[in-house]
Design a protein around this ligand. Structure first.
Ligand code: SF4
Ligand code: ZN
Ligand code: ZN
Length: 323
């Protein structure tokens, strides 16, 4: 932060470029803005409102489930949506969390998520891997290690099982939309990750608002998809929002980590490059969607959740684990 301040002073005045009164504390390299604390907070809220409007994420009377893990992005999203929701009396907000069963990590995060919900007066519902699948993530990892699994990481299991769990709980609370806290960083990383995995067609599916493809699949929206992660952290910090900062003990996928570091280095040198990656995917998506054709979903013959195959990915993984 100190270095940034030196950077603005080197650029000249450090007066906020929005209100033109207060001292700026934050420099946004990709737009050239210098912002004071209040204007920074307003700019984040304004950018989220603009993203919601641009992608038509919500209807005025939607029941919105916000996926809250307890980390900085999801609690910031909860605070922003709670504020926006006050302007829409017919809309309602509910927080949903997944307890994967990661001892010493998720329990702490869920406590923080609960505290934020109470502070905002938002109902909070939790569903656990244990009650849904009969196993915690810790138990799954133990089985993987015992079985000598080297192909799939804990994150691969966690991602698939959490995705299904979120859909189950969003449906249970009768939500029309499920808002997740994917930031611009997450989106840019995922686009490159899909390319590096050679799975470009996934770029077509992972968009800011998913289509209405199956009555049992709650539509997902990503209101933070144009906000850099660094700014959600600062937003939480300046709003004095409590969040969990401890990292998950199961290190995230190695390739994603490399991409994160690469994108951060590129962003330092070429401000705005993460947004360029995001926009490039937006531009190419219609062509990819035409090439991929319409995906027909059916119900998993084991659990009834929407899936492309006869058995959904989550059930397939669990079957393999049990075997
Ligand atoms: Fe799950 Fe991996 Fe995230 Fe940990 S880092 S919560 S294991 S996806
Ligand atoms: Zn200002
Ligand atoms: Zn299934």
């Amino acid at each position: 932060m100190a270095n940034r301040k030196v950077e603005w002073n080197a650029m000249g005045s450090s007066v906020c470029s929005m209100c033109k009164r207060k001292e700026a504390f934050f420099f946004r390299p990709y737009s050239g803005e210098k912002l004071c604390k209040g204007c920074f907070i307003r700019s984040i809220e304004g950018k989220v409102r603009a993203t919601i409007a641009k992608y038509k994420m919500f209807e005025f009377d939607d029941r919105i489930a916000v996926a809250v893990s307890g980390g900085k992005d999801s609690v910031s999203l909860l605070h922003i949506l709670a504020k926006i929701e006050r302007d829409y009396p017919k809309a309602s907000l509910v927080a949903v969390s997944i307890d994967e069963g990661i001892a010493g990590y998720r329990d702490e995060a869920l406590k923080i998520a609960g505290e934020n919900c109470r502070r905002l007066g938002v109902e909070h519902h939790i569903i656990s891997f244990k009650e849904l699948y009969g196993l915690t993530l810790d138990e799954i990892v133990e089985r993987l290690r015992e079985g000598g699994e080297t192909e799939l990481t804990p994150c691969a299991y966690c991602g698939v099982l959490r995705r299904k769990a979120l859909n189950v709980i969003a449906r249970k609370v009768e939500a029309e939309k499920l808002a997740t806290a994917h930031t611009l960083d997450d989106e840019a990383q995922t686009i490159l990750l899909n390319m590096f995995h050679g799975d470009v067609m996934r770029i077509a599916r992972e968009k800011p608002v998913t289509d209405n493809v199956h009555p049992k699949l709650v539509r997902r929206v990503k209101p933070l998809c144009e906000i850099p992660e660094r700014e959600t952290a600062l937003f939480a910090y300046f709003k004095k929002i409590k969040f969990q900062s401890m990292p998950c003990p199961y290190a995230p996928e190695a390739l994603r980590n490399d991409i994160r570091l690469f994108l951060n280095r590129m962003e330092e040198k070429h401000a705005g490059i993460k947004y360029t990656v995001f926009k490039a995917a937006e531009r190419i998506r219609p062509a990819l969607e035409r090439a991929a054709g319409v995906e027909i979903l059916k119900e998993c013959c084991l659990c009834g959740e929407p899936t492309v195959q006869d058995v959904c990915k989550a059930c397939e993984m669990l079957q393999k684990l049990r075997a």
